[in-house]
Design a protein around this ligand. Sequence first.
Ligand code: FAD
Length: 381
Amino acid sequence: MIDVRIAIVGGGMAGASAACLIAEEAGSGADIVVLERESQPGYHTTGRSAAMYTEVYGNDVIRALVRAGRGFMESPAERYADHPLLTPRGALMVANTGEAERLDAFMEEMQRPDVLSRVDAAHCKEICPALRQDQLSGGVHEPLAMDIDVHGMLQGFVRVFRGLGGRIIGDAAVTAIERGGDGFRIGTTAGEVRAEIVINAAGAWGDDLATMAGATPVGLVPKRRTAITFDPAAGTDVSTWPLTFELGGGWYFKPDAGRILASPADETPSAPCDAQPDEMDIAICVDRIQNATDLQVRRLASSWAGLRCFVDDHSPVNGFDDAVEGFYWLVGQGGYGIKTSPAMGRIAAAQIAGKPVPADILDQGLSIDSLSVNRFRGENG
Ligand SMILES: Cc1cc2nc3c(=O)[nH]c(=O)nc-3n(C[C@H](O)[C@H](O)[C@H](O)COP(=O)(O)OP(=O)(O)OC[C@H]3O[C@@H](n4cnc5c(N)ncnc54)[C@H](O)[C@@H]3O)c2cc1C
């Protein structure tokens, strides 16, 4: 039997970042264990992302969390990584012919003239030569969008956590949680664990885990998103192309290690599972990319799917449960859970240590109430 202060369920980016940052706050990881069903951290959604950092995606809560984490990823302390976790990529949000109002609406919603500029269709083609200019009404350019080294970031959190004496137990599926007077008894396939605090970083399984612990679910909906990679035409150097994203939400693509990574930006509700790509979604992706660009998908190099998990208002849930003492939520990261993880992990570390949320995070205009589980517990909750 393992007896610890904190058991974190889930070894994706959410669980790993929280483990590491809580251990750093406490000065030791010896009293923390991460329980992961798979044999390795990062197997589910974390290992299936598009690895993008952009400050103009998601609602204002997401965007505040993202800005708050930029410094961590841009110049990580040496113990996390010996290189920046962000590298320049740029992003180009485009609108189809006849849909120019999407560009105005996007500029209006984001309110970021400091990082965004409107570009006409010809300029879009210069920035991303694969685009078919006649299909475009124009675009919005975000030159400062970045690629994230997701693997390096996850491994950095894991390494620092282990260095502080923290344990990550793989092949440890949590199957039962019982709240007693002295804390939680957690049944896992690798044996029993006792803990004062349980952190729910179970990704798509977040509501299932909460139910096990006797907490009221928050209405988490996993949504499947598909990705493919393929080779560009021989001799085409795609390395300087940006992430190119259709503002109507029909497709996006970006360079990925000499290849093209593309997605139909699908959002199909799914039960929590080891998500697999659907043949129809792959076909839709190929069709949309070939219509919007002069790229030809001759053969897929790879395809996969991952679950982006949302609650109703599309903000994450980051905080203690209102009814089950010691049960901490860290779920609902949607399509933003890599780039929000440094800020969300720091919020968890502060709250679990009983300290105020760091001022630099709040200074981004974030209200902690917008992350709290209490927002689901109103009259209708
Ligand atoms: C196609 C795609 C593109 C994306 N692009 C981006 C992007 O560009 N930028 C960005 O920031 N984000 C992106 N995301 C979103 C990002 O990947 C997720 O928000 C993030 O990975 C969520 O991390 P997590 O740790 O919450 O979930 P996960 O990585 O899924 O981890 C949850 C873990 O909990 C474990 N678990 C669950 N239940 C139990 C249990 N009972 N016992 C033990 N273990 C359990 C699971 O095995 C799993 O490993 C993208 C996602 C997809 C699918």
